[in-house]
Design a protein around this ligand. Structure first.
Ligand SMILES: [Zn+2]
Length: 402
């Protein structure tokens, strides 16, 4: 082959891969499309779609379903993501434990593990997580699948330019190349490796694994030991808002009370000093080792517990309103362990948000706000979603055979 022929062949391969990614993404967004539907929507020839679908079928990415009638033409088979062949691995390092999931392509959890522990050094935590991941990979339902890679969610801002955890204020970690530490213990885990902030991963998963009506943007607020948020814009390839230093969404460190109490970050009066797992523990004298939810429930009859939760709830409502007015996401999802504190915390938050969210425009239009009661695996599952997104949109990993 001459150099120009080689170039042409390279272009063709690239085009084929691009077409396959586009077809796969359409089936992901709208399960049940036929080859003819895809050809019209993607403006590809039927032959191109046919070849692309065939490769995706052989690669275990899609399956054929029922025969569907199509407008005027011959009926075609519905195409759906193949839930049985691949596995996406997601993990979250939290301030109180490690959470691991193996997901299918549609976000179904194949297997999950939750290990309660207070992480020590990054090195020790990476070694423990690697052991847990190895067990997960050997689980029969996971081991029988082809692993696409691993996403790790971490409790702090990640550098936008390199895989480094800049800071985990509630673990005391600074500038940690966590994936490198983990990889030393787990070289056998093949595929894509990525890491992100836990609220950003959760936001991504909440949007990416949804089919049908998908919000144009979604914010996930993670209210746990600390408070963070992640915002995802739905586009061809959904995009997480990061900011120049990865700080976008760090709403726990927006100041609600100038000159107030000192925060773990060193500033005064951050939202976290009013509403966070750590500030509620400090206000009520609940030790780090004790279960916050159980300790609060035992003492709900005490007046100061009610007052602390109401004030924390009002601060949460203020923070949600500030988020609404700063980024105006079309949907807000509230999760994290604090949601388990229930009405004494959440009612004042929702009341404040509901009473004030429409004031600026004076319309009755409401932002959808959803509370997730059990968000144990939401960030780990979101990190798994990020692996799939990278496989489809960036890595060109959509199957190898030509
Ligand atoms: Zn702070």
């Amino acid at each position: 082959m001459t150099p120009s022929e080689q170039h042409k062949a390279g272009d063709l391969l690239f085009l084929k891969r691009l077409n396959r990614s586009a077809i796969l993404d359409m089936v992901r967004r709208t399960p049940g499309m036929t080859r003819a539907d895809i050809a019209i929507k993607a403006r590809l020839t039927k032959a191109t779609v046919g070849t692309g679908v065939q490769t995706l079928l052989e690669g275990g990415w899609v399956i054929e379903g029922e025969l569907q009638k199509s407008g005027g033409g011959r009926p075609g088979r519905a195409l759906l993501l193949n839930d049985q062949y691949h596995a996406l691995i997601g993990a979250e390092v939290g301030v109180h434990g490690l959470r691991l999931v193996a997901c299918s392509l549609t976000g179904g959890i194949i297997h999950q593990e939750h290990l309660h522990l207070i992480p020590g050094s990054p090195e020790a935590t990476a070694a423990i997580l690697a052991e847990q991941l190895r067990d997960l990979l050997h689980h029969p339902e996971v081991a029988s699948r082809h692993c696409l890679g691993l996403g790790v969610a971490l409790p702090g801002p990640i550098s936008p330019s390199q895989p480094i955890l800049r800071l985990a204020p509630n673990l005391g970690w600074h500038d940690v190349p966590f994936l490198d530490l983990l990889h030393q213990h787990l070289p056998e885990l093949e595929g894509l490796w990525l890491m992100d902030n836990e609220a950003k991963s959760a936001a991504f998963g909440e949007l990416y694994f949804r089919t049908g009506t998908v919000p144009s943007s979604l914010a996930y607020v993670s209210a746990g030991t600390g408070i963070g948020s992640g915002v995802v814009e739905n586009s061809q390839s959904p995009l997480v808002t990061r900011g120049a230093q990865g700080l976008a969404g760090e709403i726990g460190h927006t100041v609600l009370q100038p000159g107030g109490l000192y925060c773990h970050c060193g500033n005064r009066g951050c939202a976290e000093t009013l509403v966070s797992g750590w500030s509620i523990r400090a206000a009520l004298g609940i030790a780090e080792e004790d279960d916050l939810h159980a300790a609060v429930r035992r003492r709900l009859h005490e007046a100061d517990v009610g007052v602390t939760l109401r004030r924390a709830g009002e601060a949460l409502g203020t923070m949600l309103l500030n988020l609404h007015h700063t980024l105006n996401p079309s949907e807000i999802v509230l999760g994290g362990s604090l949601t388990q504190l229930g009405a004494p915390l959440l009612d004042p938050a929702m009341d404040y948000f509901e009473a004030n969210q429409h004031r600026l425009l004076g319309t009755q239009q409401r932002v959808q706000l959803r509370i997730v009661e059990d968000s144990t695996y939401i960030a780990a599952r979101g990190a798994a979603a990020q692996v799939l997104a990278q496989a489809i949109h960036q890595a060109g990993d959509v199957p190898a055979t030509e």
